[in-house]
Design a protein around this ligand. Structure first.
Ligand code: ZN
Length: 139
């Protein structure tokens, strides 16, 4: 069953919470606090400037597959109008972002040209806190 759906190839997920630094950062802070107080996730740093494939300001939430069934419904109800982009991590960033992802709220553009077909060592995501401002690993 799971094999046919390829579920066992999903190592983890990211949710990217988009916001406008000028108008919706406060809402994003409340969503972030709500996540942090409820779920065992890894919260990435604030990116007020676009980074990686993301065309707008956002922060990343990295989480294990076991959290999907509770975190994603919580985001559905509590994202407070913010656009949320959720993608699996299968080792194929281009497909993960462009083909297999889901959006809550608005669908925003992605910079597809920076997404490699397969994850290489330099492009591999190494934990959300490892990248500095503008670091390309914030995919
Ligand atoms: Zn990501």
């Amino acid at each position: 069953m799971g094999e046919a759906l390829g579920e066992n190839r999903i190592a983890s997920y990211h949710a990217h919470i988009y916001y406008d630094p000028d108008s919706s950062r406060g809402r994003a802070e409340r969503v972030r606090e709500g996540i942090a107080s409820r779920f065992p996730v890894r919260l990435g740093r604030w990116h007020d400037r676009p980074v990686g494939p993301h065309a707008r300001a956002m922060f990343q939430v990295a989480f294990e597959t076991a959290e999907f069934a509770t975190l994603v419904p919580w985001l559905m109800l509590h994202r407070d109008g913010l656009a949320v982009f959720i993608h699996p991590n299968t080792g194929r960033p281009r497909e993960d972002h462009l083909k297999h992802a889901l959006w809550l709220g608005a669908v925003l553009p992605l910079k597809a040209d920076v997404l490699p077909e397969t994850e290489t060592e330099t492009e591999a995501e190494v934990g959300p806190e490892a990248g500095g401002a503008g670091h390309p690993s914030a995919a």
